[in-house]
Design a binder for this molecule. Structure first.
Ligand SMILES: [Zn+2]
Length: 118
């Protein structure tokens, strides 16, 4: 089987803190050169309008409204996409800020395998 091909769009949008998960790295808009690594996230619903997130970083905890916008630097996600040609779904690991947001996908069954013997 050859390697799959993923068509992605540049990941340029802002990310809300409620999208963050342990392992993600983000920056605040006013401190773009200070990457912060998330070690844990927990959510408290204060009211129907307000949710607070406790973001644990090495040595510090931040309490932020869930709709606070940040910039993602590393955001590894497993995305399940159906193949454009045969519609077989497959799990793909993408680091969204680096690799882009997945748009469509062609699985390894349709690409030539460099190891294959004729
Ligand atoms: Zn396919």
């Amino acid at each position: 089987m050859g390697s799959y091909a993923v068509i992605t769009l540049p990941f340029t949008r802002a990310v809300y803190v409620h999208e963050l998960r342990p392992g993600d790295v983000f920056t605040f808009p006013d401190a773009p050169t200070t990457p912060l690594a998330v070690t844990a996230v927990s959510r408290t619903d204060v009211s129907s309008e307000l949710a607070l997130l406790r973001i644990s970083l090495p040595g510090i905890q931040l309490h932020l409204p869930a709709n606070t916008q940040v910039r993602a630097r590393h955001m590894l996600r497993t995305v399940t996409l159906p193949c454009l040609l045969c519609e077989q779904p497959e799990d793909i690991d993408l680091d969204l800020p680096q690799d882009g947001e997945p748009l469509s996908f062609v699985c390894g069954r349709h690409t030539p395998d460099p190891e294959a013997k004729p």
